[in-house]
Write a protein that binds this ligand. Sequence first.
Ligand SMILES: Cc1ncc(COP(=O)(O)O)c(C=O)c1O
Length: 494
Amino acid sequence: MKKSPPQPHGANGVSSRAKVLTIDTMNPTVKKVEYAVRGPIVQRAVELERELSQGVKKPFAEVIKANIGDAHAMGQQPITFFRQVLALCSYPELLNDSTFPEDAKSRARRILQSCGGNSLGSYSASQGIESVRQDVARYIERRDGGVPCAPDNIYLTTGASDGIVTMLKLLVCGEGATRTGVMISIPQYPLYSAALAELGAVQVNYYLNEEKCWSLDISELQRSVDEARTHCNPRALCIINPGNPTGQVQSRQCIEDVIRFAAKERLFLMADEVYQDNVYADGCQFHSFKKVLFEMGPEYSSTVELASFHSTSKCYMGECGFRGGYMEIINMDNEVKAQLTKLVSVRLCPPVPGQALMDLVVNPPQPGEPSYDNFIKERTATLSVLAEKAKLTEQVLNTVEGIRCNPVQGAMYSFPRISIPEKAVKEANGQQPDMFYCMRLLEETGICLVPGSGFGQKDGTYHFRMTILPPTDKLKILLDKVKEFHHKFTQKYS
Ligand SMILES: Cc1ncc(COP(=O)(O)O)c(C=O)c1O
């Protein structure tokens, strides 16, 4: 460890000491954390935006950001009913305002009645407001064709991220070869690698099959778990469906096979289902792990441990700033469940406005209610524009020689493979070649994407991740610029 240099005496005669917390003495697991989605490319994009606003000349007039799944920041409109109810809950004086529809008012009253002191500003129970958990349970039952759901198995969370990290905390233990290994897909959403690094768990990679539209092969899961057992104790398997960053939707058969595999290998399943309403491709359908588990009969449904996650951040809502979410836990040991409840109570409660929003997502306006038609209109409009943009992205990218893009079946991203000439790899000079590519793209065109290396990829392959969220006119400009840039870049380095 580096020694800090001796410190001089201050002017007042009190000796100033070396800092208690330095880069050498801080928690080393935090230093290992990486999060590409907000990494150096994005920092540079922010600088470029500032330079443009100061009148600095650039080869582009604006920076177009397609680096993060932040729908509202990219222009997606909120659902009116949700905002009306949240406004009423935040400022109950508005309940006297005749411009708000009656169903929004009755919903707001119901939410406020379940808040301490009838205020959205009070803490709730740590597991979440009971009436909201009941509504979540009923939503899951409807979604899963009647499979029962107990409100007691629902924990409201601060976005899905919080639920995922909390579950990982419960799972990670052991030292050396007995240290917990957690299987995650590669490419992955970097929350997983970051949380595992922070917790000091062993990241166990399994690769999605790019040639088969980023599907999941059980033989690859087997290879991965067998290899991991030589140096750690794999105890959990994480699946993201629909996928981020890869945009695939897993088939029902695949989910069944994964459940069978988890049962055989004694793995705790974590199903990240935050994109459950973002399914676009013909023939694709969202199947929840919970539903498939129960359809497989008691041999599985009464044994396989599962935590599944949902959020207010994605789908047609895109309300990520409210930090709403829930997790459902199935077959968890009762003593562990008590520990989970204790753990979440330390942080008091998830944001109550986020809980209120989650309630509206799982219990939207019903046929016959004043807000129903408009709710359906807005939800359908948002999802159909996303479906069009998913198709457009795939189509345009596949016209570019040297870029190959799988269908964007769901979620909000495409993860195309890009060919990078050997000369450019050399010029990258130790930098990840796709980071070099994305940085050049940003500097020359103002387009902000994330290099595939931030999500993990097979050695020797290069990708970028882009969201399909920019408004259609901007997305078209973005795709044209990527097309033109890729052509020039390839020519320059060939
Ligand atoms: C797969 C996946 N899981 C979880 C999250 C986190 O979402 P939240 O905003 O609910 O924490 C994201 C966000 O992009 C995601 O893509």
